[in-house]
Design a protein around this ligand. Structure first.
Ligand code: DGT
Ligand code: MG
Length: 596
């Protein structure tokens, strides 16, 4: 991952997110250093005790004379050890607090960030991949604070304090032991280079697997309809196996280095035994000194053993944090202009397209070409055209989901990009082509955009969208839970709830994208009737395939390959004898054309 593109380094970013807990974190780091220096206590006092015994033996003095010193030393040893336990305990708590705090902060920030992204973001990132980032990757970050950084400090302090202590006792013996360290650094450095890319690959595979799982769970109906369970299971097995194998391979890398590290770590006691033994015989060190070395030799060996593990975890953190930072520092392209006009109230509802052309960034062909039309306040404009001609793309320009490549979209005579985006969008009621209902009650779904609605108002909007009858027939009425895990609704029922949701905000501009495509003719008639008789002023832009929907519109735009090829009201267009008139013939029969 390209590190330059983020404003902060990985650790700088972590530090930023420890805000409010930084002092605690530094205290925790000092605590770690402290309890590791305290590892010197037992060897140090043991050394003094043994030296005391040896002296007493040499000088043939009764130990009873020294009992005070002995008790004093033993007391110190026990007290400091107990103190160490307390420090370890507090330290663990501190790391937990800091890491959970940072996790909380980053998680909230990411969620907010994801919510605020524009449409392009959502078509770039797959849901499973995003989920991996806010769960698994974030946990790697927490683990880095609570464990990896702490292990680094622990290993460093142990190694340094033991080395210093060794040098204080006997420089020559200390040199013999510590001089082995550079070898370990060399090995770990080589290891890091090998294992880094593997953690990146591992991370990608995990995200891929999560995406597969997520798509299959939400698309389970398609899987079942095509009886593809076995195929999907095999596909998942394959990616699961691939993930396992990559995981194994990553672990194996360390196994290659492990024997060398173990060899060196295990050589330490042998060196001590040989060199230390000779030094005792020569009288260069006392028995107590030797005991201190031998009780503390693990403090040199263990950090060496730990380094592989630490490096492994740090690489996992690097791969995960890159993924999170990519979202953390991503900026939506469509944002409020610095001099955006606030417009807290209602809009008049005039919508104007002025020579709008548009092409998706990742698309090959222009989708809209020179679109110009005006919808006056309160008017109904119908858009009709064959599938893929650009109808949905066109209406997405109004709430600024996408921006035109050229031309202008204006609301009330002001280009949409000049408005504060929230003000603009709050005035637009949109029922999208693929309906999404939340796992909530029907009432909750209808009042999603207007939370302060009374039960009567909810009922009113349900009536407008011809939904109240079927809702009343449900056992729990408006309290029925719908959405993914709730009661199943038919396509037409869902469309009607989504229409009620769009109406409930009393929008100045109502946009319906094929919203009545799945309802029967009779119900659609009712809906058309209520849309003409809403109790608030509203400009309607309605995408439809049925003549029965477009017939009453003030203006009909016929779109073909991203261009408006015909526009006018029903009568004019039928008279013009073009595409629309053909469509009328097709849908209503020749006789109806002359009648209408
Ligand atoms: P429909 O809903 O089937 O009646 O079709 P329309 O008229 O709503 O078509 P629309 O606007 O969704 O798509 C117009 C063209 O743009 C079509 O060739 C597909 C393409 N397109 C739609 N959405 C995207 C998108 O998110 N990214 C890219 N690259 N192309 C898109
Ligand atoms: Mg569409």
């Amino acid at each position: 991952m390209d590190k330059k593109k983020y404003p902060k380094s990985r650790l700088g970013w972590l530090w930023e997110n420890m805000s409010g807990k930084r002092i605690l974190f530094i205290a925790a780091l000092f605590g770690t250093a402290l309890y590791n220096v305290l590892q010197l206590v037992v060897p140090h006092y043991s050394r003094q005790l043994i030296n005391l015994f040896s002296e007493a033996e040499k000088e043939h003095l009764p130990l009873a004379d020294k009992s005070d010193t002995i008790y004093h030393l033993i007391f110190l040893m026990v007290a400091l050890t107990l103190f160490r336990v307390v420090v370890v305990y507090l330290d663990c708590m501190a790391y937990e607090r800091v890491s959970q705090g940072a996790l909380f902060r980053i998680r909230n920030y990411l969620y907010d960030k994801i919510q605020r992204q524009d449409m392009k973001f959502y078509s770039t990132y797959r849901t499973g991949d995003l989920m991996t980032r806010v769960t698994g990757d974030l946990d790697a970050v927490r683990h880095n604070i609570a464990w990896v950084i702490r292990c680094i400090v622990e290993s460093l302090t142990l190694f340094l304090s033991a080395s210093v202590y060794f040098f204080l006792i006997n420089v020559k013996l200390a040199l013999c032991i510590v001089s082995i360290a550079p070898l370990i650094f060399f090995i770990v450095f080589r290891f890091r280079k090998k294992v880094g890319p593997m953690h990146k690959a591992l991370r990608e595979k995990l995200a891929g697997m999560n995406t597969d799982a997520q798509e299959n769970i939400s698309g389970n109906r398609v899987v079942k309809a095509f009886a593809r369970e076995e195929y999907e299971k095999e596909k998942f097995d394959a990616s699961n196996k691939d993930y396992r194998d990559t995981n194994m391979k990553t672990q194996m890398v360390w196994l290659k280095f492990f024997p060398f590290v173990e060899l060196i770590a295990n050589a330490l006691p042998v060196i001590l035994l040989l060199v230390g033994g000779v030094f005792i015989i020569n009288g260069e060190i006392t028995m107590g000194d030797y005991t201190a070395f031998s009780l503390l030799i693990w403090a040199i060996a263990n950090p060496m053993r730990m380094m592989g593990n630490i490096m492994n975890e740090f690489q996992r953190f690097s791969a995960a944090s890159d993924k999170i930072m990519e979202i953390y520092y991503s900026e939506p392209e469509i944002v409020n202009h610095p001099d955006a006009i606030p417009h807290p109230g209602r809009f008049e509802g005039k919508v104007e397209f002025d020579l709008v052309s548009f092409q998706y960034e990742d698309g090959k062909l222009p989708v809209l070409k020179d679109i110009s039309f005006v919808a006056e306040p309160g008017e109904t404009v119908a858009i009709i055209g064959e599938t893929g001609c650009g109808k949905t793309s066109l209406i997405q320009m109004i709430p600024r989901f996408y921006e035109p490549n050229s031309g202008k979209v204006l609301v009330d005579g002001v280009p949409v990009e000049n408005y504060n985006m929230t003000d603009l969008r709050k005035n637009i009621g949109l029922a999208t082509q693929d309906v999404l209902l939340y796992s909530d009650s029907i009432e909750g779904n209808i009042s999603y955009g207007a939370t302060a609605l009374t039960a009567e108002e909810v009922e009113k909007y349900a009536r407008y969208s011809a939904a109240s009858d079927f809702i009343h027939r449900m056992p729990e009425g408006y309290d029925t839970i719908v959405g993914e895990r709730g009661v199943g609704l038919s396509g037409g029922q869902k469309q009607r709830i989504s229409l009620a949701r769009a109406l409930a905000i009393k929008p100045s501009i109502l946009i319906l994208d094929d919203t009545t495509s799945a309802v029967d003719m009779e119900t659609e008639k009712q809906i058309q009737h209520s849309l003409r008789n809403l109790d608030f002023p509203c400009t309607k832009i309605i995408i439809a395939q049925r003549i029965s929907t477009t017939k009453f519109a003030d203006k009909i735009l016929v779109l073909k390959d991203g261009r408006i090829i015909e526009s006018g009201n029903h009568k004019d267009l039928v008279a013009a004898g073009g595409y629309y008139s053909d469509l009328v013939k097709l849908q209503l029969g020749d006789s109806m054309v002359s009648a209408s």
